[in-house]
Design a protein around this ligand. Structure first.
Ligand code: SF4
Length: 401
């Protein structure tokens, strides 16, 4: 029987999309899943990529190189002095190799020239939501609520790879929740690059589908949120949480990824009152230095972030917070890094992902700022922060404010 193989890198949104492709391959092409791309009979290969750091790209390049050697008997990749010879028709049947995910912003022609095994590049989310995901996690159902991002943080590829934010219609999401419940799931995790601004795309505002005003990176965040008209309605994301938690069978709701600037008071109040919402909130801060936050185009200050943390803990002292931090961003000084360390201590995170900055092609930072922090310094700061966040027994008792 012909088979398919899916290799997924990166975030939960990618994993969720790959689960949908699995259904597509089985339902539409009557293929069987292979556990290794070298298995005989593999006719479809999907590589769902992440491009958050250079290392992520490199992993995909080496996979494509290995596939080129296996199926075509040719060496391929960047360090070739000349184009690889035309593919010698090997005795093996050549699979259809498709690349999607955040590396799909790269030129298909250039990628195919370097990796002749590659058949096609398709943008993320091309499959849409018509196919129910083949859920790999037995405990919780991951459900995508939006794709893309409007925030244009200067180091991030997502807006270029996934496009502008598009929210799924609420009824479609609720229908998928109902299907997950019917399959026995009681825990739901909502996915999006920016879940808090669910349903707040400009068109929804223009069509007055919601009164909320959305910060749009293109017009440079006004630093003072009070410039926004106070909404009369509730944010669509809060409405979605209320609709899902009204389903008796649902015992737990989680969501990722949240962003500080769209974390409205209405959402904090809902989290405080609605005990079905998990008490763990993942809230990337990225830096504790206002100068670096500005350079990252994050749209908030350390004071904004810490007041949000305090508001969350005031809503429920049992709330725990995790975060993401980038060290070694362009021009980060010892003083900037010290600001990040002091913010980490004050916020009392329960855990944190620390990443070393690597410039990403097509991002603002890549175009505008030199990557001028030496790698040895980045590595030192990574160790200090990773130790502080994840190893040292930080006093993680919730702060009663
Ligand atoms: S919020 Fe910023 S970091 Fe997150 S996906 Fe959007 S642009 Fe990237």
């Amino acid at each position: 029987m012909a088979k398919y193989f899916i290799k997924t890198y990166g975030c939960q949104a990618n994993k969720n999309e790959s689960e949908r492709y699995a259904t597509y391959f089985e339902q539409e092409l009557s293929l069987q899943e292979a556990s290794d791309w070298r298995e005989d009979g593999v006719s479809e290969i999907l590589i769902n990529t992440c491009s958050v750091r250079k290392a992520a790209d490199d992993r995909v390049y080496s996979l494509l190189r290995a596939m080129g050697e296996h199926f075509l008997g040719v060496k391929s990749g960047k360090n070739l002095t000349r184009r690889p010879p035309p593919a010698r028709r090997s005795s093996r049947h050549l699979p259809h190799v498709v690349l999607t995910g955040c590396m799909s912003r790269y030129s298909e022609a250039k990628m195919k020239a370097r990796y002749p095994i590659l058949s096609q590049i398709v943008p993320p989310n091309s499959l849409g939501f018509a196919y129910q995901p083949q859920r790999k996690d037995p405990h919780q159902a991951f459900i995508s609520i939006s794709n893309g991002c409007n925030s244009f943080c200067s180091y991030c590829v997502v807006p270029y790879a996934r496009g502008r934010e598009q929210s799924r219609p609420m009824n479609d999401i609720l229908a998928e929740v109902a299907q997950a419940v019917a399959s026995g799931f009681t825990e739901i995790t909502l996915l999006g690059q920016n879940v808090n601004s669910y349903g707040l795309e400009k068109k929804n505002i223009v069509e007055r589908k919601t009164d909320f005003r959305l910060r749009d990176a293109v017009s440079n965040f006004p630093q003072n949120p009070d410039q926004y008209t106070k909404p009369v309605g509730i944010p669509p994301f809060v409405k979605l949480l209320q609709e899902i938690s009204a389903i008796d069978a649902i015992t737990k709701i989680r969501f990722m990824t949240s962003n500080p600037w769209d974390f409205h008071d209405e959402l904090i109040a809902e989290i405080g009152a609605n005990k079905k919402i998990d008490r763990f909130i993942h809230l990337p801060v990225q830096s504790g230095s206002n100068r670096i936050l500005q350079k990252m185009n994050r749209g908030y200050t350390r004071e904004d972030y810490l007041s949000l943390v305090h508001k969350l803990r005031a809503a429920d002292p049992n709330i725990t917070i995790g975060t993401d931090i980038i060290v070694g961003f362009c021009s980060e000084t010892d003083a900037d890094f010290a600001d990040t360390v002091s913010l980490v201590k004050e916020a009392r995170f329960i855990m944190g992902f620390v990443a070393i900055y690597s410039p990403r092609p097509s991002t603002l930072a890549h175009k505008m700022f030199p990557d001028d922090v030496p790698f040895a310094v980045k590595k030192k700061r990574f160790e200090i922060l990773d130790n502080l966040l994840n190893k040292q027994q930080l006093d993680k008792r919730p702060v009663i404010v």
